[in-house]
Structures are given as structure tokens and as C-alpha cells.
Design a protein around this ligand. Structure first.
Ligand code: ZN
Length: 253
């Protein structure tokens, strides 16, 4: 699918709407900026106050919760296949115990750019805005332990995540991304693979006069909060989910 269909930064659209408002026009309905959801996804509202963004649903019974989880897991598998992430493993729920109990889902695959970048045994650099989603939020597991078949290896990888990271580069192997939802973990995986791709291109292009410039820590930290938070990552996956469900409705059966 085209990356252009991903709603990665709703603030641009909502700001554009506000800028088209004519002087003297009826004032827009003030945005409810007390909502943490709206703050996380930078939703400022629309002129008529009619646009509502979707947010993660909540359920009051385990059966509906499981159905929702299975549907989004099935969709994530299809999305990964369309992205070419068809080597290695898969999205899953209930990963090995991580230091962060809110992480309920994990994605792992041997994506081409992820595994190419994994050979360096280091995190990506803060070279562009999308990389900020991983500022101080990307660990490296420096020990290649072969195929992860034991709980001990899984626990060591989980420990490498530490108390704050959602994602980890497995040296000489690939990547794992985690999230509070399958959707968050899946979008993080897609965007991390693209960040690895971009960094490989940048590294290959370095030459005299084309040295890399890095985003300062303060701006990177701000950017991480703004563009990498869990709610925004969930929202960014919804166009992928909706497109694959529209084109393959049978996957929800
Ligand atoms: Zn693997």
C-alpha cells in the first residue's frame, strides 16, 4: 500500500482547516484540549466540530475483547505480508514478560532493512523526524542467540528493553517492537524498518561535504513525546487496518 494513505500527523490537516477560516466567520467550537487522547494525536478539531477521530475501543466483557484482539492480529499479519515482512516470525499478543506491564503486544520479523541494520549492533540515529519515535526508546540486544526457542532467551531480550523502551534491535537478527495494542506494535515495526532503510541510505551517501547533522536532544525528546506516543501509534495503524479489511473482508471471519 502507499505510505501516503497513513495518517501520520493529523495536526497538519486540522491546522490547514483552521487557516482557511475567513476573518469574521463564526468562531470554531473550541477544541477540548483537556482530552489526553486529543493532545496525544494533536487533534485540534475542525471548523464545524463534526470530525471525530477514532480511539482504541474498550469492552466490558472478555469475549468481545478477544474478538477485537484476534481481528487486529489477523489484520496485522496481512499488513505485514503486504509490506514484505514475510520472513521470520509475526505479530503476537502477550509477549514475554517485559519490565513495562502495559506492553501487551509484540511484532517480530526479519524485514530486509531491519536485519541489514541489525548487523551494526546499535540503535538508529536521530537523523530525521520519524526517527524521533525511537529517541531513548530503542534498545539493542547485542547477543546473537540463534532462533529464540527458550523462555530464558526471551526473558533476556525482554530485560534488554529495560523500563522505558518499546523496541529492540536484535543484533545479527532483526527487530522486535512492542506496544499496548497490536496496532501500536505493528505501526512501530513498519516505521522502524523504514527508519533503518533511511539510515542505511544516509550512511551510504556520507562523503566530504555531506556529513550527517543530528537533531539536538531537547528537540528529539519533545518530538518523541509528540510523534511517538502510544495513542498516535495506534491511530497511525488504522488506515492500514481499514484498507486490508476493506480489500480482504474474509480475514475477520
Ligand atoms: Zn527471528
Amino acid at each position: 500500500m502507499s505510505p501516503a494513505t497513513v495518517m501520520e500527523d493529523p495536526i497538519h490537516h486540522s491546522q490547514a482547516n483552521l487557516k482557511t477560516e475567513r476573518p469574521g466567520a463564526t468562531p470554531s467550537i473550541p477544541p477540548d484540549l483537556t482530552s489526553s487522547w486529543r493532545q496525544d494525536v494533536h487533534f485540534l478539531g475542525d471548523k464545524d466540530g463534526k470530525v471525530e477521530l477514532r480511539s482504541p475501543p474498550t469492552f466490558n466483557n472478555i469475549s468481545d475483547t478477544r474478538t477485537h484482539l484476534k481481528q487486529h492480529l489477523a489484520a496485522a499479519f496481512r499488513v505485514f505480508a503486504r509490506q514484505g515482512f514475510n520472513e521470520g516470525h509475526s505479530p503476537s499478543t502477550a509477549p514475554s514478560t517485559t519490565p513495562d506491564p502495559d506492553l501487551n503486544a509484540a511484532c517480530h520479523a526479519h524485514s530486509v532493512y531491519g536485519k541489514a541494520f541489525s548487523c551494526f549492533g546499535r540503535p538508529i540515529e536521530m537523523l530525521h523526524q520519524d526517527a524521533l519515535r525511537f529517541y531513548n526508546d530503542l534498545a539493542v540486544y547485542p547477543r546473537y542467540g540463534g532462533t529464540v526457542l527458550t523462555t530464558e532467551e526471551g526473558d533476556r531480550i525482554a530485560a534488554a528493553l529495560g523500563p522505558t523502551c518499546r523496541s529492540v534491535i536484535l543484533q545479527n537478527h532483526g527487530m522486535i517492537t512492542c506496544g499496548r495494542t497490536v496496532d501500536e506494535a505493528a505501526f512501530l515495526f513498519i516505521t522502524l524498518d523504514r527508519c533503518c532503510h533511511a539510515q542505511l541510505l544516509a550512511n551510504a551517501a556520507v562523503c566530504p561535504g555531506f556529513e550527517k547533522k543530528y537533531i539536538p536532544d531537547e528537540q528529539a525528546e519533545f518530538g518523541h513525546r509528540r510523534s511517538g506516543n502510544a495513542n498516535k501509534m495506534w491511530l497511525a495503524f488504522q488506515p492500514y487496518y481499514e484498507q486490508v479489511v476493506k480489500e480482504e473482508p474474509g480475514l475477520l471471519l
